[in-house]
Write a protein that binds this ligand. Structure first.
Ligand code: ATP
Length: 808
């Protein structure tokens, strides 16, 4: 599905670079046709012209390395001179997002003009900024900025190579060829503030000359470096640049010259600076030698007209293209020096080369125009695919300018739709937009060069650039139809005070200017000195600004939220992708490991089997001679066996096949022999049968014997058990007999005792009868006790005898 990125609804514009909204191309046509009618009317009525911002696309050819690494995936397709289609390559974030239903796989963009990879620098210059250079010569201001990801060819487009100069050397060449013979050779008129000219005295002119000589001497100290095939730093790209190769058709220029231009003289001044990390650095200022001291950052101020300028920026008067080239080389050199010192890379700063052309007629300064060529930092730095924190950090410093530029462009485009309530254009939020605010507000004409490469690896960043440019293309610029006279700058003295008005000193103007100078002292002017009416106006404008600010904040918040959401979604998707890729990698690595281990084991097994086979071979090895001998012997033996068999067959009756069975029967040699053989055979069969029967009998007998043996063994075992039992009983019996004998002897002893005791009793009884005394005292007790124990003893003895009698 393709989407044409011509923004038509305000939301799309507000989310500028990140919008994936797809609106039909024709939807913007009414607005554009409206523009063209305005243009034609304006031209006739001499009212300010409105013009779409010109956005050119330049597609860089593939480098050899890129071709080797198969970068070409047909990502960039030039459909015609104004339309290009971007096809998401496999593996790009855009492709992945589209697979998940977010965004499209193919985007279409339209440009003012597209220049393909085969386009030459001359064709490009002619097709793009040539007309702006002519306007510049006519007193109009112009801004050209190149935008794109790093390595897209921005620097090459602007500065070019020694053999093939870019648009800057070509523009300078056009300028110098145009003013040839009308060069203002004195250096006493110098650009001042944003659009004024300062009159220098002889001392100052001397200072200027010395400064210029010192600047150029920097180049003499070092040999001219040669440009490498791929230089990331813009320094190397044109350090050795010379404009000698510029060839340009000047017939147009000469035709441009108006009749009264013949009396005019021109003074050309150039400046070269960069914006890095929201600081402006003069690239023509020699870098500090001290390690601790950095190159001083310059201040951006506004003059009384509200136009921005860079305070203390060095302007160098150049008399020809060669001198301009030297200035560019010095700047490039300093830029690289600054890069090393401050640890910045060239693609992270915006470099701006500005040419100021002062038109002088007699003693009067008739006009001043400027042409700026801005090589923007690589746009990928604020790409949404970056990590969130990093992106925020970059938005806060290095790429703030690009972010704000995008916002300004979106707001400008937005204001075209919101005609009632204008949204605030945040020009003042970055140095870059602050400096070029005027160019978007009628002070001149801007154009944008979008540089892209065709690499699949940078597709997502390139798409981002294209979306940005799609918004930029929708911006309508107000191009004032002012004559060069109306732009006449003020001529100011040494202290910056205006000296002349219509050739005479204007005291009131001088006073006014004094107050303005005070205003200019800082970034923010002191408003309290303004008249009451102006203050009221100021308050009113501030109120409008405040409202606009509120609105802007709200929109910004929405935009930031959306950007955050998009960034987070992108991050999540990337993390998911990364994890799944890691998982796949892990799986693959494990599989590989497993495969290699498996192979290792397989090899080890093979080795082992081979070794075993070898060992076995060694064991079984028989020398060939021995083997042959053995074979011979086997053959001989076989032969012998065969002969013996033959002999046997001949001597013995031949067997015949019976009933196709394996058993053979003798073949009758003669009748009697046959009979005999049959009989023998029968006998043999009978014997064999008998043998079988006997054998069976033997087997059954053996079986019987073994059974009997088993029974015998069992009986023996039970006999032994019984025997043991009997033995035990006998032992017990003998024990009992012994015990009985003991008891009997005891009983006998007791009986003897009883008898003795009876005798005693009887004796005692007889004695007691003789005495007849009462039975009392010790003797009675003894008698009783003796009687008791005696009774017990008798009882026991009786019981024992009873027991002894029982077993018997
Ligand atoms: N039209 C072209 N023809 C041939 N080579 C080109 C062209 N455009 C760019 N190149 C080459 O591509 C490389 C990158 O170009 P360049 O340095 O201009 O990129 P860049 O966008 O300025 O990068 P950065 O932002 O990092 O400074 C250089 O080697 C340059 O010579």
């Amino acid at each position: 599905m393709a989407a044409v990125m011509d923004m038509t609804n305000e939301d799309t514009v507000l989310v500028a670079m990140e919008s994936t909204a797809c609106e039909p191309h024709h939807a913007v046509l009414p607005e554009l046709s409206g523009v063209s009618s305005i243009t034609s009317q304006s031209e006739s009525a001499e009212v300010p012209e409105q013009q779409q911002l010109r956005v050119y696309l330049k597609v860089r050819p593939f480098s050899e390395e890129e071709l080797k690494s198969n970068e070409d995936q047909g990502c960039v397709v030039l459909e015609d001179s104004e339309t290009v289609a971007l096809h998401a390559p496999k593996g790009s974030a855009t492709m992945k997002s589209s697979e998940k239903g977010i965004g499209q796989q193919v985007y279409k963009f339209s440009f003012t003009q597209i220049f393909g990879p085969k386009c030459t620098q001359t064709e490009f210059f002619e097709g793009t900024i040539s007309s702006q250079v002519h306007d510049f010569l006519q007193g109009k201001n112009a801004l050209v900025f190149s935008y794109g990801v790093t390595n897209a060819g921005k620097t090459y487009t602007i500065q070019g190579s020694p053999k093939d100069p870019g648009i800057l050397p070509r523009a300078l060449d056009v300028v110098f060829k145009h003013i040839a013979g009308r060069q203002y050779e004195h250096m006493d008129l110098k650009p001042y503030l944003s659009s004024d000219v300062q009159k220098l005295d002889s001392e100052q002119v001397k200072v200027e000359k010395n400064a210029k000589a010192a600047l150029f001497s920097l180049l003499k100290e070092e040999p001219e470096p040669t440009r490498s095939s791929r230089s990331r730093s813009s320094t190397s790209s044109v350090s050795s640049l010379s404009f000698s190769n510029v060839s340009y058709d000047h017939t147009v220029d000469s035709a441009d010259g108006t009749a009264d231009e013949g009396h005019c003289f021109y003074s050309v001044w150039v400046a070269f600076y960069e914006i890095y990390n929201e600081h402006v650095y003069d690239l023509l200022q020699p870098a500090h030698t001290s390690k601790t001291k950095r190159r001083p950052a310059l201040r951006v101020c506004e003059d009384s007209t509200g136009n921005s300028y860079i305070r203390d920026l060095r302007w160098v008067n150049v008399q020809n293209a060669d001198e301009a080239s030297k200035v560019l080389r010095v700047g490039n050199k300093n830029r690289s020096a600054a890069a090393t010192k401050m640890n910045q890379s060239s693609s992270r700063s915006h470099s701006i080369f500005t040419i100021k052309l002062i038109r002088i007629e007699g003693a009067d300064v008739q006009g001043l125009s400027d042409l700026s060529l801005c090589d923007l930092a690589g746009s990928e730095r604020c790409n949404k695919t970056k990590t969130f924190g990093e992106r925020l950090k970059e938005a806060g410093n290095i790429n703030n300018s690009l972010l704000i530029l995008g916002k300004c462009i979106a707001a400008l485009r937005n204001n075209q739709s919101y005609r009632v309530k204008m949204s605030y254009v945040p020009f003042r939020e970055s140095k870059l937009t602050r400096l070029f605010q005027g160019m978007f507000c009628g002070r001149g004409r801007a154009c944008m060069i979008v540089n892209i490469n065709q690499c699949a690896s940078t597709y997502d960043e390139t798409l981002h650039v294209m979306k940005f440019s799609a918004v930029a293309k929708q911006v309508l610029q107000v191009i004032p139809q002012r004559s060069i006279e109306s732009l006449a700058p003020r001529l100011v003295g040494l202290d910056g005070k205006p000296l002349l008005k219509n050739g005479v000193i204007d005291d009131q103007a001088v006073d006014e200017y004094l107050s303005e100078e005070e205003l200019l002292d800082g970034d923010e002017a002191d408003m309290s000195i303004l008249p009451q009416e102006e203050l009221v106006n100021l308050v009113e404008s501030l109120r409008v600004k405040l409202l606009a600010e509120r609105r802007k904040n709200l929109l910004q918040e929405i935009q930031i939220r959306k950007e955050m959401g998009d960034a987070m979604l992108q991050q999540i998707m990337e993390a998911e992708e990364l994890h799944s890729r890691q998982l796949v990698d892990l799986k693959e690595s494990y599989e590989e490991k497993m495969d290699s281990t498996f192979e290792m084991y397989k090899e080890a097994l093979k080795d082992h089997a081979y070794q075993c086979a070898l060992e076995r071979l060694e064991e079984d090895y028989i020398p060939i001679d021995e083997f042959n001998e053995e074979q011979e012997r086997v053959k001989e033996l076989e032969k012998l066996v065969f002969e013996l068999e033959q002999k046997c067959r001949c001597s013995a009756p031949q067997p015949i096949m019976q009933d196709n069975s394996m058993q053979t029967s003798p073949l009758p040699a003669t009748e009697s022999e046959s009979e005999r053989f049959k009989m023998l055979y029968k006998e043999k069969c009978a014997v064999e049968k008998l043998c079988v029967e006997k054998q069976e009998l033997i087997v059954s007998l053996e079986r019987r014997i073994s059974e009997l043996n088993e029974t015998l063994q069992e009986a023996g075992e039970s006999y032994m058990e019984k025997l043991e039992e009997v033995q035990n009983l006998q032992n017990r019996l003998s024990n009992q007999e012994q015990k009985t004998e003991c008891l009997q002897s005891d009983v006998a002893a007791k009986e003897e005792e009883i008898n003795r005791l009876r005798e005693e009793i009887a004796k005692l009884a007889s004695e007691s009868v003789g005495q007849s005394r009462p039975r009392c005292g010790l003797l009675v007790n003894i008698k009783e006790s003796s009687t008791g124990s005696l009774c017990r003893t008798i009882k026991k003895s009786v019981r024992a005898s009873t027991l002894r009698k029982k077993p018997s």
